[in-house]
Design a protein around this ligand. Structure first.
Ligand code: DQA
Length: 161
């Protein structure tokens, strides 16, 4: 059987990580985040492919192609598009594979304009505020919903001694 694959998408300006507003986003580069999440996936038996674009249309095309390309789902940081792109929201809502939204920063605790989240309601859920770990947590969330989550609790209680 083919090894499952997950798609990680990074939106606008995330290529600048490492030097972009380090007080908010830290010093970890995008390349380091991609290595981290790929390694995390490898330990869980999933091949992670990561892509970044500053173009809304390119991100939408990748979302549309995710199922056709055989990805089980998408871990997606839409960057600022999160706050205003109805086109990205509609792409997320229109595809057949689950999308988990991630953010490095806690968007709920920042400027007022970041509290408007138009993409989020179309995603399966959001993880925000944990720096690069948001991506590995996002991948775990994607695997939990696509692999049926952790093993079920035993049907019968263990016998008391
Ligand atoms: C971000 C949060 C967005 O508000 C911002 O526009 C970004 C990065 C994050 O990962 O914290 O570009 O998505």
């Amino acid at each position: 059987m083919a090894v499952p694959r997950a798609l990680v998408l990074h939106g606008p300006n995330l290529n600048l990580l490492g030097t972009r507003e380090p007080g908010v986003y830290g010093r970890t580069t995008l390349g380091e985040i991609d290595r981290l999440v790929r390694e995390h996936g490898r330990r869980r038996g999933v091949v992670v492919e990561a892509r970044q674009s500053n173009s809304e249309g390119q991100l939408i095309d990748w979302l549309h192609g995710a199922e056709r390309e055989g990805f089980l789902g998408v871990v997606f940081n839409p960057g600022a598009l999160t706050h205003y792109s109805i086109a990205v929201r509609d792409a997320v809502a229109g595809i057949g594979v689950p999308v988990v939204e991630v953010h490095l920063s806690n968007v709920h605790a920042r400027e007022e304009f970041r509290r408007r989240l138009v993409v989020t309601e179309a995603t399966r859920g959001q993880i925000a505020g944990f720096g690069p770990a948001s991506y590995t947590l996002g991948l775990d969330a994607l695997l939990a919903i696509t692999r049926g989550g952790p093993p079920a609790a035993p049907a019968r209680r263990p016998r008391r001694r």
